[in-house]
Design a protein around this ligand. Structure first.
Ligand code: SF4
Length: 448
C-alpha cells in the first residue's frame, strides 16, 4: 500500500500536543505518514483550541488558506479535532465548507474509521459524542526518533467549573486511567529510550478520584519513581485547591520528581477568585507556596494569571500585582480575560474595556519579566544538572539542556552528550534562557 501524507497542525496546550502525537500514531496504522509539507498532504487535520478568542481566530485563518489547497486537489481530506471542534460540532461544517470531518475531544480513537469511511464516500462526518471511555487515552504514541522525554496522559476532563473556562464542557468530566495502564505505557517508553515523562491532565491533583481503588496522584508518582530507567518526572496542570500536603511533600521525598510546579493562581484578589469559582483564597495559595519553598528550596514556581476579569476593580488588580511582588514567580503565562460562550463568567457584569485590559496586562508582564530575569540571575555561578535535549536553537555548535527546575540552558558541547545528564556551571542569565559551561572534562561532566 502506498503511504499517504498527513499534515497535523496543533493549537493550544500540551494535552493537544500529545493528542496530535496519538493521532499520528493511530493514522500510521492505516498508511498515513506525517509530513511537515502541507502542500504534499493527502489529509490535513487541525487540532483546535477554544480556550481564548485568539486561538479560535488562528484556526479560521488557517482553514481559509487550506480551503484553497482543496480547490487544487479535490481528493484532499480536511478535518478538525479538539476543543473548538467539540464546541461547534455540525456548525463547523456550515461555517467552513472545505471540512470533511469534525471530531470531538473524546473521539480520537475513531479517526481511522472516519478516514476510511470518507475515502469510500465523501459525505461530511461529525463525531462529538462523549464516550467517557479510556480508549483515546490508552493509544500508544511511539515517541519520535532521538526523543528523550515524552508526555503521558493520566486523566482527562475536569469537574471544577471555573466560571471562565470551557474545559469541563468540551473535555467532559474527570476520568483517570488505571495506574496499571500508565505504568505499562511508561515501561514501553523507557524501552524506547525515554528518560523523562510529563504526566498530563487538566487537573492531575485529582487523579484517581473515579477509580475507587485507593489510588491518588501521590501514589502514582511514587509507583512511577520505582520504574528503572525513568530519571525525571514532571506533571501539568495542578489546581491549587487540590494540592495536598502529601503531594507537596513528594517534592522533598521523591528524588525523580522535578523541582518545578506550575500552579495557576489566576488572581491575587479574593473577590475575583470567588467570581472565578476557584475554590481557594489567596492566603491559602501563598501558604502552599511558602511550604513548597521551605521543603524544596530549589523549586521553581510558575503560574497563569488572567487580567481584566469582569468586575476586576483597580484595587483587585493591585492585589494581583502585590501578590506577584510577594511571591515572585519564576515565570507566568498571563492573558487578558477572553469571554467564552456558555460559561458562567459570560453573564457577569462589569466587563472591562479591551484597552484597559491591555494596559493592565502590559504592566503586569513588565513586572514579571523583571522577576524572571532576577530569578535567572540568582542561578549564575551555580552548578546545574541538565538533561541534554538536543541542538541549541541559537547556534549549531551549542547544545540545549533543561534543569530540573525547567530552565533552558544552552552550552557548548558535542552531540554525543544528547540524551545524557551533564553538570554545567551557569555563566550568564537571560530572560528566556541561561548560558552554561561544562566545568570538567567531557567524561567527568556526564552525571549518568
Ligand atoms: S481547573 Fe478550572 S481552569 Fe482548569 S480546566 Fe478545570 S475548569 Fe478549567
Amino acid at each position: 500500500m502506498k503511504n499517504k501524507c498527513l499534515y497535523i497542525q496543533t493549537f493550544g496546550c500540551q494535552m493537544n500536543v500529545h493528542d496530535s502525537e496519538q493521532i499520528s500514531a493511530l493514522l500510521s496504522g492505516i498508511g498515513y505518514q506525517q509530513t511537515d509539507n502541507i502542500k504534499l498532504s493527502d489529509l490535513i487535520i487541525l487540532n483546535t483550541c477554544s480556550i481564548r478568542e485568539k486561538a479560535t481566530h488562528k484556526v479560521y485563518s488557517q482553514l481559509g488558506r487550506i480551503g484553497k489547497l482543496k480547490e487544487q486537489n479535490p481528493e484532499l481530506i480536511i478535518g478538525v479535532v479538539g476543543c473548538l471542534a467539540q464546541h461547534l460540532g455540525t456548525k463547523f461544517h456550515r461555517k467552513e465548507d472545505c471540512l470533511d470531518f469534525v471530531s470531538g475531544t473524546q473521539n480520537i480513537h475513531l479517526l481511522p474509521e472516519i478516514i476510511n469511511t470518507l475515502i469510500k464516500d465523501r459525505k461530511k462526518i461529525t463525531e462529538i459524542d462523549f464516550h467517557n471511555s479510556l480508549s483515546a487515552m490508552n493509544i500508544f504514541a511511539t515517541p519520535g526518533k532521538d526523543r528523550i522525554s515524552a508526555f503521558v496522559t493520566i486523566m482527562q476532563g475536569c469537574n471544577n467549573f471555573c466560571s471562565y473556562c470551557v474545559v469541563p464542557y468540551l473535555r467532559g468530566r474527570e476520568i483517570s486511567r488505571t495506574s496499571k495502564d500508565i505504568i505499562e505505557e511508561i515501561i514501553k517508553l523507557v524501552d524506547l529510550g525515554i528518560k523523562e515523562v510529563t504526566l498530563l491532565g487538566q487537573n492531575v491533583n485529582s487523579y484517581g478520584k473515579n477509580l475507587n481503588d485507593g489510588s491518588n496522584f501521590t501514589s502514582l508518582i511514587k509507583k512511577i519513581g520505582e520504574i528503572f530507567g525513568i530519571k525525571r518526572i514532571r506533571f501539568t496542570t495542578s489546581h491549587p485547591r487540590d494540592l495536598s500536603l502529601e503531594l507537596m511533600n513528594c517534592f522533598a521525598e521523591e528524588e525523580k520528581l522535578c523541582s518545578h510546579i506550575h500552579l495557576p493562581v489566576q488572581s491575587g484578589s479574593n473577590r475575583v477568585l470567588e467570581l472565578m469559582n476557584r475554590g481557594y483564597k489567596i492566603e491559602e495559595y501563598t501558604k502552599k507556596i511558602d511550604y513548597l519553598r521551605k521543603i524544596s528550596p530549589q523549586i521553581s514556581i510558575t503560574s497563569d494569571i488572567i487580567v481584566g476579569f469582569p468586575g476586576e476593580t483597580v484595587k483587585d488588580y493591585q492585589e494581583t500585582i502585590d501578590m506577584m511582588e510577594k511571591i515572585r514567580f519564576d515565570s507566568t503565562f498571563s492573558f487578558k480575560y477572553s469571554e467564552r460562550e456558555g460559561t458562567a463568567a459570560q453573564k457577569l457584569e462589569g466587563k472591562i474595556p479591551e484597552d484597559e485590559k491591555l494596559i493592565r496586562l502590559e504592566k503586569l508582564q513588565m513586572m514579571q519579566n523583571k522577576h524572571t530575569l532576577e530569578k535567572n540571575i540568582e542561578l549564575e555561578r551555580s552548578l546545574q544538572e541538565l538533561l541534554v535535549e538536543g541542538e541549541s536553537k541559537n547556534s549549531k555548535s551549542d547544545l540545549m539542556g533543561r534543569t530540573s527546575s525547567n530552565k533552558i540552558v544552552n552550552f557548548r558541547g558535542e552531540p554525543d552528550l544528547i540524551g545524557k545528564f551533564v553538570e554545567v556551571e551557569i555563566s550568564k542569565a537571560y530572560l528566556h534562557s541561561l548560558k552554561g559551561k561544562i566545568k570538567k572534562s567531557k567524561e567527568a561532566c556526564i552525571v549518568y
